[in-house]
Design a protein around this ligand. Sequence first.
Ligand SMILES: [Zn+2]
Ligand SMILES: [Zn+2]
Length: 295
Amino acid sequence: MNSTAPIFERRPVDWLNLIFLCATHVAGLAGIAWMIWGQFSWWTAGLALIYFAFCGVGITGGYHRLFSHPTYKANWAVKLFYLLFGAASVQNSALKWSADHRTHHRKVDQEEDPYNIRRGFWWAHMGWVLTKAKPPDFRHVPDLLADPLVQWQHRWYVPLAVVFGALLPLGLGFLWGDPIGGLLVAGFLRLVVQYHATFAVNSVAHYMGSQPYTDENSARDHFVTAVITLGEGYHNFHHRFQGDYRNGVRWYHLDPTKWFVWGLSKIGFTWDLRRTPDERILQAKAIMREKRAAA
Ligand SMILES: [Zn+2]
Ligand SMILES: [Zn+2]
């Protein structure tokens, strides 16, 4: 196999995902229209921001840095928080998300990589969601299969997504007389923005930015990606040192997820935060500098 243009397996359209994503985008736009021409409430705007932060960290701190890569330990309350707001992010159960993500790291930039950037930017961003993939391979998530809370969320994923993704923001909106805003803005507009933030880790963070730690895969570090993804934009570091609970490794790197996990460790809710020794990080940077100088 040494053809110049790789041939990728064609996959049938996943109509359920396509219709759902179209509908959520329409509902998200309706949320903007509601704020402009319907009713604007600061309470609703605040709820949407809090929901974005909770659901965002459910994915970055929970699905990604706790379940996919066990980079620290957390008590059951933190796990439950991640699993409920992870479900509200409607990106599959933690079990399935992590199975896909571990495959992404094992097979990065190869055919088996679920969001392979070599198939193009849009494929890595959302094309892979809109087509039918093979069932996830649960052989690489034995630790999660053995976790009763993760199993519980996997089993009840759809009702949890409906209750925490839509009904709860709708119900909270009733408290200040704006249930429609609660549903459309904190529910759907937040969901759509969050989708593109998560998708950007698979597309933008494998496309734009620098490679200070490794050039053996397409992952890149970029401040802009870090801003829109709660710190996941230091993706070159993450692919090189995936066992580290930090993605932005320096204190000044914008990585709210790291600060959140570290903050919880101060009250004993998280512990065993794994850090790569400084000398290994410096060594990786030195190797990359040498490579560039030689080139
Ligand atoms: Zn990862
Ligand atoms: Zn990646």
